[in-house]
Design a protein around this ligand. Structure first.
Ligand code: ATP
Length: 445
């Protein structure tokens, strides 16, 4: 069966199986915000945990923080966001749609014609993407605050706190996962670009003369990370920012792009932000953010190599990459989500072959005993084949079935999601077996 995945197929599976729903669905929905359902929230959490482990616990010089979403408004003046965090906005005079000029197809940008109806487009004007609100009961300029458009600034303003209170030494990193908000002009494509989203960012503070070395190091690390997450390498590529694309703070920048159903798009940015941010915060706050190097007594403002990934965008990547419609036998097809087992929302389905003769009770006991180790799901509804299909569709990598033989010798069949092969193993051996299978998992091409 063909695997030309469309966004509609993905949206439909996500709604049907409880991964992602449109925000405020019963009121007709909000196109720029989405809610994560019972399976979606598990998938998102598992991805976040995987990232956190890879980016903090596996390094002895990267620590985490969790900064507030609302920050002092001067932060955003120092960072350049008040002045520069804008997108060029154009309107179609005929159908009234709005577009980001820099994301229009070339021919429409040149001809100034609407890509949807052919109507004339207005001249572009700069539109600031930050959401504004007021802190406290009085809505005046003095109480203005912004919802953070990136998590990075929470890290920079805590640079001194972290240096003074933990034992990190340059080169070191600070990592953070959290919500960010951007008043995006166009928010098509499901959870790809939304006004409320989550980022996973790590800022690596280094000696200025070592920037090229660390930039290359993090490019490599981050590429390898997606490999470990189980994303097919053929669907990933690097894109280097040209001079016109570079952000105001960046010396060099690469995106890791993924081939989504709508084409190649950015998944993560790796940026050499120089000492721009810490210098600006030194200037605007009046606090010296220079670093004193032990031993050499050299003082300098560190450079920063940033790795900035979208968590919610990674969820879309993982969903797109996992989806497959397969012919499994004559006239029989299945939808299977090939999630890497370390991020699958349900790790193990547990079924009795039939409900009677004590098999259901036995299966329930097996499932209960495994809950402490894995995300499990017990199911006795319908034919066994249908139960397998339901788990395939939500990406459960393993299912065990309890049958009459189980009563005699305490063994079960364990079925693999991808190959549909079955092996017979002892109940006691299940946890160890699964941990090993997780480690050895490779997606078949
Ligand atoms: P674009 O130019 O596409 O608007 P950007 O280059 O400004 O994006 P960054 O500021 O580098 O994006 O953000 C880092 C990461 O945060 C992106 O790679 C993406 O994964 C995620 N991200 C940014 N904006 C959004 C959004 N509106 N919705 C979901 N994820 C986002």
């Amino acid at each position: 069966m063909g695997n030309n995945l469309t966004m509609d197929m993905l949206v439909s599976l996500c709604k049907r199986r409880g991964f992602v729903y449109q925000s405020s669905d019963i009121y007709g929905g909000l196109s720029s915000a989405w809610d994560y359902g019972p399976l979606g929230v598990e998938l998102k959490k598992n991805i976040q945990e995987f990232w956190w482990k890879e980016m903090t616990r596996l390094h002895d010089n990267i620590v985490g923080i969790d900064a507030a979403i609302m920050m002092h408004p001067r932060v955003w003046e120092a960072s350049g966001h008040v002045e520069n965090f804008t997108d060029p906005l154009v309107d179609c005079k005929k159908c009234k749609q709005r577009f980001r000029e820099d994301k229009l197809p070339d021919e429409n940008r040149k001809s100034k014609k609407c890509p949807d109806c052919g109507g004339e487009l207005t001249d572009s004007r700069q539109f600031n993407l930050m959401f504004k609100t007021f802190m406290g009961p009085v809505e005046d300029g003095g109480n203005l605050v912004y919802l953070r458009p990136e998590t990075a600034q929470g890290i920079y303003v805590n640079f001194r706190n972290v240096v003074q209170t933990s034992r990190v030494k340059v080169p070191f990193g600070i990592a953070q996962v959290g919500k960010a908000f951007r008043n995006e002009i166009t928010t098509k494509n499901f959870i790809f670009r939304t006004c409320e989203f989550e980022q996973m960012e790590m800022q690596y503070f280094i000696a200025p003369e070592e920037d090229d070395k660390w930039f290359e190091y993090w490019k490599k690390e981050r590429w390898e990370y997606y490999n470990k997450l189980g994303i097919r390498q053929s669907k990933l590529r690097f894109h280097q920012h040209g001079p016109g694309e570079l952000a105001h703070y960046a010396k060099d920048a690469y995106d890791i792009e993924y081939e989504f159903p709508m084409g190649w798009q950015e998944l993560e940015g790796i940026h050499n932000r120089t000492n721009y941010d810490l210098s600006r915060h030194t200037e605007f706050s009046g606090k010296d953010l220079a670093y004193l190097e032990e031993g050499t007594n050299k003082r300098f403002i560190p450079f920063v190599i940033e790795t900035s990934a979208g968590l919610t965008r990674t969820v879309l990547t993982v969903l797109s990459d996992a989806y497959e419609e397969q012919d499994v036998a004559e006239g029989d097809t299945r939808v299977v989500m090939h999630f890497h087992p370390i991020i699958a929302p349900v790790k193990l389905g547990v079924f009795p072959l039939v409900k009677k003769d004590g098999l259901a009770e036995l299966a329930q006991k097996v499932e209960l005993d495994l809950r402490g180790d894995f995300a499990t799901f017990y199911d006795h509804g319908g034919a066994i084949g249908r139960r397998y299909r339901r788990q395939d569709e939500i990406g459960t990598p393993y299912c065990v079935t309890i049958d009459y033989q189980t009563k005699e010798d305490n063994t079960v069949t364990l079925r693999y999601r991808d190959s549909m092969e079955q092996v017979r193993i002892k109940i006691d051996a299940i946890p160890e077996f699964i941990r090993k299978a997780d480690k050895e998992y490779r997606r078949e091409k």
